[in-house]
Design a protein around this ligand. Structure first.
Ligand code: AKB
Length: 318
C-alpha cells in the first residue's frame, strides 16, 4: 500500500481511515473521494479530496490513473436499513460501484491492492446463530446482505481470474464518536451514547435480547491496515474474514452506560424493519481465522469502549 484511493471517504469508516492513512503513508499518498463534498470536514480540508460518483466508471478510472494509485479502498455503499427501503438503488450503488472499483483495479495493474468491506449481514437465518463459522451457509434475506455475499464472490473472482489482490472483512456494527453512521441496523449502539449524554435516556429501536456483534472504530481501522499489510502467503481466506470484538444486546450496553451515568434510562420502541434485519443476522460470529491468518487482535471490550465514547463525546459537546 503506497498510494491509496478511498471511496466513500466522508462516511463513518472513511473519515477515520483517511486520517490514519495520511499519517502512515503521507498526505500526498491518500486520495479521498466521496459523491459530495462537506465543507469544514477534516477529510476535505486537511489533504487531497475529490468528488467521485462510483457508478461513473470513466471518472473512476480517470481518477485512479491520474493519481497513479496502487491501492483502492472502496467504502461507498448503502447500509442495511436504507437498502431495505430502497432495494433497487441499493443494488445499483453497492454492486455497480463495486464492479467499477474492481474493473478499475484490474485496469490499472494486475496486482493492485483492493479492499471493500463485507458485513455480518452476509449471513442469513440459515447460518448457525452462535459463534457462526467463517465458512458456512450464507443465505441472507436482506438486500444489503445479498449485495455483500455477491460482493464477496466478485472479489474472489477478480483475485482468482485477474490477480487483483482483493482482501476483505465482515464488519460487525462499528461504534465511533467522530462521524455518525447512517442507515444501519446497528446504529442504535452509537445513538445511545449521544442520547445518554444529552438526555440521560434512550429509546431503542432494537429490542432487548437481540444480540449482535460490535466493534470500536479504532479496532476496525487497525484491522483494515493489518489485513492490507499482511503477508499474502499466510492468507487462506480473502473475501471475507469474520472479525468481531464483542457481542451484546441493548440491556448490556445500557448497563455499561449506567456504570458512568447511574440515572440513565433505557426505553424501547421497536422498529419492525430494523428488528427483522437484526433477527436474520448472527448473535455472534467466530473470527478465529482472522486471528490465525493475520493476527487480528481487538483491544476494546464493551466497558472500555463505553468509557472512551462517553469521554470523547463529552469533549465534543463542550
Ligand atoms: C449495518 O447495520 O447495516 C452495518 C453493518 C452491520 O453492516 N453497521
Amino acid at each position: 500500500m503506497k498510494k491509496v484511493l478511498i471511496t466513500g471517504a466522508l462516511g463513518q469508516i472513511g473519515s477515520e481511515l483517511t486520517e490514519r492513512l495520511r499519517k502512515d503513508l503521507g498526505v500526498k499518498n491518500v486520495i479521498s473521494t466521496d459523491i459530495r463534498t462537506v465543507e469544514g470536514s477534516p477529510v476535505v480540508e486537511n489533504g487531497q479530496f475529490e468528488e467521485l460518483d462510483v457508478t461513473n466508471y470513466e471518472n473512476f478510472l480517470d481518477m485512479a490513473k491520474r493519481y497513479e494509485v496502487d491501492t483502492i479502498i472502496h467504502l461507498a455503499a448503502l447500509l442495511s436499513a436504507t437498502a431495505e427501503k430502497r432495494p433497487a438503488f441499493a443494488w445499483n450503488l453497492n454492486m455497480t460501484g463495486l464492479m467499477n472499483a474492481l474493473e478499475v483495479a484490474r485496469e490499472i495493474g494486475p496486482e493492485t491492492k483492493f479492499f471493500a468491506p463485507s458485513s455480518i449481514a452476509a449471513y442469513g437465518p440459515d447460518a448457525e446463530p452462535d459463534n457462526t463459522p467463517q465458512d458456512t451457509v450464507m443465505h441472507p434475506t436482506t438486500m444489503y446482505g445479498v449485495t455483500k455475499v455477491a460482493g464477496e464472490l466478485l472479489e474472489n473472482y477478480y483475485h482468482e481470474k485477474y490477480g487483483v489482490d482483493t482482501r476483505s472483512v465482515r464488519f460487525p456494527g462499528l461504534i465511533s464518536y467522530k462521524v455518525e453512521p447512517g442507515g444501519g441496523t446497528t446504529d442504535y449502539a452509537v445513538d445511545i451514547y449521544y442520547e445518554a449524554l444529552k438526555n440521560k435516556s434512550y429509546t431503542s429501536f432494537i429490542d432487548k435480547g437481540t444480540y449482535m456483534d460490535m466493534m470500536y472504530m479504532d479496532d476496525a481501522i487497525e484491522g483494515i491496515v493489518k489485513l492490507m499489510n499482511a503477508d499474502a502467503s499466510r492468507l487462506e481466506h480473502r473475501n471475507s474474514f469474520n472479525i468481531t470484538a464483542m457481542a451484546f444486546e441493548p440491556e448490556q450496553i445500557a448497563a455499561s452506560i449506567k456504570r458512568r451515568i447511574p440515572d440513565f434510562e433505557m426505553k424501547y420502541d421497536v422498529d419492525p424493519v430494523r428488528q427483522g434485519i437484526a433477527n436474520s443476522w448472527p448473535n455472534s460470529i467466530d473470527d478465529s481465522d482472522a486471528r490465525k491468518e493475520w493476527d487480528f487482535n481487538p483491544h476494546f471490550d464493551l466497558d472500555k469502549m463505553t468509557d472512551e465514547m462517553l469521554e470523547r463525546l463529552s469533549e465534543k459537546f463542550e
